[in-house]
Design a protein around this ligand. Sequence first.
Ligand SMILES: Nc1ncnc2c1ncn2[C@@H]1O[C@H](COP(=O)(O)OP(=O)(O)OP(=O)(O)O)[C@@H](O)[C@H]1O
Ligand SMILES: [Mg+2]
Length: 445
Amino acid sequence: MKPVVLIVEDDQLMSDSLIKVLSGEGLNPLAAGTGGEAKKILESTVIHLILLDINLPDMDGLDLLKVVEETEPDIPVLVMTAYTDVTVAVNAMKKGATDYIQKPFELDELKVIVHKALENSRLKSELTTLKRSRKTEHTEIIGKSQKVKDLKKLISVVAETPRTPVLVVGESGTGKELVAAAIHQASDRKNFPLVKINVSAIPENLLESEFFGYKRGAFTDAKESKKGLFELANNGTLFLDEVGEMQHSLQPKLLRFLETQTFNPIGGIKEIKVDVRVIAATNQDLSQLVSEGRFRDDLYYRLKVMVIEVPSLRERREDISELIDLFLAMVNKELRKNVKSVSKEAKTILMNYKWPGNIRELKNVIERAVIISQSDTLNVENLPMELIKGEQVPQKGNFKKISEMEQDYIKKVLSFTTGNKSEAAKILGISRSTLFEKIKRYNLN
Ligand SMILES: Nc1ncnc2c1ncn2[C@@H]1O[C@H](COP(=O)(O)OP(=O)(O)OP(=O)(O)O)[C@@H](O)[C@H]1O
Ligand SMILES: [Mg+2]
């Protein structure tokens, strides 16, 4: 089956020539001249890639992008912008576009980014399937940096205390859940349950009964009593992930539990006493939530007594190498591959990247790279674009111009190939002539 590409473009001439090029590439192009038409096609047809012009007659292309991200987040979207529209391209990337191409573009360039986007999305779905079928989780905290040594020490100190609540904070993907598991394992509670719940994953109206359970007859549907998580975790540990998302009305009940180890099931008159250590985690700034009135200060102060900060990966780059080895070994085993090493250039990139998604991101990058690698060494080509480009999705308030990002990217790649332009063009995914043109334009010689 040919991949279906939806072209959303009001300029008929442009649209026709795109159809011609993409058909020639073995793809199945469909065209929509307006945002409305595009929406109709999306509702009725399976689409593998969208090529989106930002200037549409009936709506803003960015709004259409938003609709796609909400309804079909797996479809990659390539945005076409005018050369002058730098901010538009940046905005589009922030809103979830896969990549952008600036008009006027060379057809070669277009072909390359279309194929790359399709290939990436194919890999992604392959990966999801693989992950669903096999799952190995790692439970040891890896790293020799001072930060990790301190972290481990703190974990063992905390584990000694019988029921002090712990607040684990850190950016997404730093290993907060792993820290919670480590505390549980190192404590006297290790032979009892470690119960995990993600506060943001449960609808607000169900959370209280999940937590505390209910008694028969508490409400119409309560034909039997149900035990809550606090009771199920008795003698063990309860891990409350994303505690910052907890609804206001439930917070005093959690506080009461932390202070007395007792609670009332919904509809229950008798209070229940258990022995549970609560470990809460968040990647939000709770003090900020307190000042916004979204998190109760008394609960915050209770949780703040014992805080464990999990360092971001860029604060402990010296651990990256060991983590790479760990993930290589894990992924090789999982996927029955045999990728033995990482090339020097690829390693430099991995060591220098900012890792906004921290260890989880590193793990995903290695996994993806192993899948696409054709040899027993991971190369620069096996790494995703955003790593090579550096920080592709700009951080708040501090955008680099796209042309600057592109310059940096080209410079980096050229230095990896020690100036070899054919090689660099291959890595960059553009033709040699395009590369020469860009080198001239940016004065990179
Ligand atoms: N020090 C480490 N050594 C080995 N693997 C780790 C380490 N830290 C984290 N991991 C792995 O990284 C992944 C992310 O960790 P985890 O789920 O604990 O992050 P998190 O901080 O809870 O992230 P989020 O805030 O997004 O929920 C997991 O697969 C975990 O096994
Ligand atoms: Mg987590």
